[in-house]
Design a protein around this ligand. Structure first.
Ligand code: FE
Length: 281
């Protein structure tokens, strides 16, 4: 088939969320239809505790999965299913809110700051009210595939013969953390019909047809259809994440941390929050 080229390039918008955490909102409601089934990507990262210590105190989610990938520092979390713990660099949390979860995500003061990504993946209509599930993955469980001029950490799905620790979740997502040396080239297969995007963490990358520094750190690009993407690096090398998954093609009704298919389902969720019946399991 074809080589996927970037069809939309976006830079994150600085904003605050939670109790006052400074972050870069990379994509969100405005882009969600094109990024289907991915709803949102936040890049949080600061060496200044004032930017991250406020954290994300207890808040609800329903109808989505939130995927937190920590790059630096540590975050303490606990939720209404009884799951809890502290995640550190390279650890991943894959939280399926399903019918409802209430959780808190509180960064801990760290000499190297707290840096990471939070990705929201939409759940199909038939799974929005499923039982909540939580998967905590430690850095050591993530397979690392050497590529000759770098390495790929397989966070979810399968790549390069490796099977990531998160598998069998809705829409079969593949989520990779790619490190490339200077002057490297890498092909990543992303089967036709799936939505694919990348976000550059460090350095700069190019795609098949452009210069090797076309997408510097902080840039996200949606890839057009095809069955593989090709990346190259210039003199500084790069680190980036790439994710792809099957789109849902279902209506999106978005109410803050709750994403359903209809306005009525959202209204019901907020009524349940008010009357204390939101948490079912
Ligand atoms: Fe949350």
């Amino acid at each position: 088939m074809g080589i996927r080229e970037a069809v939309l390039s976006i830079r994150g918008r600085p904003t605050y969320d939670g109790a006052g955490v400074r972050l870069l909102r990379v994509f969100s409601q405005d882009e969600a239809t094109r990024f289907d089934p991915f709803l949102l990507l936040d890049a949080f990262g600061s060496d200044d505790p004032a930017d991250y210590l406020p954290g994300f105190p207890m808040h609800p989610h329903r109808g989505i999965e939130t995927v937190t990938y920590l790059l630096e520092g540590s975050v303490r979390h606990s939720d209404s299913t009884g799951s809890g713990g502290v995640i550190g660099p390279g650890d991943l949390q894959w939280m399926s809110a399903g019918s409802g979860i209430v959780h808190e995500e509180m960064p801990i003061r760290s000499p190297r700051g707290v840096h990471g990504l939070q990705l929201w993946v939409n759940l199909p209509a038939r799974e929005k009210m499923r039982e909540p599930a939580y998967r905590g993955v430690s850095a050591g469980e993530v397979p690392v595939v050497p590529t000759g001029s770098g390495s790929v950490r397989v966070l979810a799905g399968r790549w390069g013969g490796a099977r990531g620790p998160v598998i069998g979740v809705a829409r079969d997502p593949v989520y990779l953390d790619v490190a490339l040396e200077a002057g490297a080239e890498l092909m990543i297969d992303a089967p036709a019909g799936r939505t694919a995007f990348f976000y550059v963490l460090e350095g700069a990358i190019g795609t098949a047809s452009g210069p090797a520094d076309a997408y510097p750190a902080g840039t996200c690009a949606l890839l057009g259809d095809g069955d593989e993407a090709r990346f190259s690096t210039g003199p500084e090398g790069a680190r980036f994440v790439i994710a792809h998954a099957t789109p849902l093609g279902e209506p999106i009704a978005w109410g803050g941390p709750i994403v359903m298919n209809t306005r009525a389902e959202l209204d019901q969720a907020f009524r349940e929050l008010d009357d204390g019946t939101f948490i079912r399991r």
